[in-house]
Design a binder for this molecule. Structure first.
Ligand code: CA
Length: 224
């Protein structure tokens, strides 16, 4: 899940990036409104964390701009403590949620996961497809035989992408984009290697190859 983090406090930004990546997000962090504007124009994100006080502008103006252009990614704004007006203005400008600084990262992660679930129309914290259940809190996969598999961050992000839209073919480039942030630029060979590892857990035929197109999650007995 690609996440755009707009935060000019580098200390907070660095520590949030690390913790959000541990929680299964691929994070692009940027410290200015102009940088965020540029990234949002060329990249595709699942969710955005937006600080309001930026050195070259107000996060609210950026948010209004995005909503005016039809950008519909869920946005969580970071506000200063007790600035209730910021919260109201943020929600009016199109924010989906807010969190006042200082906050616990666990709460931020839980709120982001809830925003993504809502944007996907889910209430369950697990993605369930044809007997496979992917638990985003535990980053674990339960296979139809009832066995629990703990996944690495990259395995989880890749499988989450495939399982979130079963039956849809993802190209290697699309998967690469969703699984890694801009800081990492692995080749599509890395995707092939991870697909091989995932197939050992879910069964070879569960992740199909479409020659020249990409990969698709399609469990053999999928009744959904
Ligand atoms: Ca700030």
């Amino acid at each position: 899940m690609r996440l755009l983090l707009v935060e000019d406090d580098t200390l907070l930004g660095d520590s949030l990036t690390r913790q959000l990546e541990t929680a299964g997000f691929s994070v692009d962090a940027i410290g200015s409104a102009s940088g965020a504007r540029h990234l949002a124009a060329v990249e595709a994100y699942r969710v955005v964390v937006l600080d309001l006080g930026l050195p070259d502008g107000n996060g609210l103006d950026l948010l209004r701009e995005w909503r005016g252009e039809g950008v519909d990614w869920p946005v969580l704004i970071l506000t200063a403590r007790d600035e209730w007006q910021d919260k109201v203005n943020g929600l009016k400008a199109g924010a989906d949620d807010y969190l006042a600084k200082p906050f616990q990262v666990e709460e931020l992660v839980a709120r982001l996961q809830a925003l993504i679930r809502r944007s996907e129309g889910r209430v369950d914290t697990r993605i369930v497809v044809g007997g496979f259940a992917l638990d985003e809190h535990r980053q674990a996969l339960t296979t139809p035989d009832g066995v629990d598999h703990t996944l690495t961050g990259t395995e989880f992000r890749l499988l989450r992408c495939l399982m979130s839209r079963p039956g849809r073919v993802f190209s290697k480039d699309q998967l690469l984009e969703q699984v890694y942030s801009l800081d990492h630029s692995p080749s599509t060979n890395a995707i092939e290697a991870y697909i091989r590892r995932l197939r050992k857990r879910v069964g070879r035929e569960t992740i199909g190859t479409r020659r020249g197109q990409g990969y698709v999650f399609q469990p053999p007995d999928d009744a959904t």
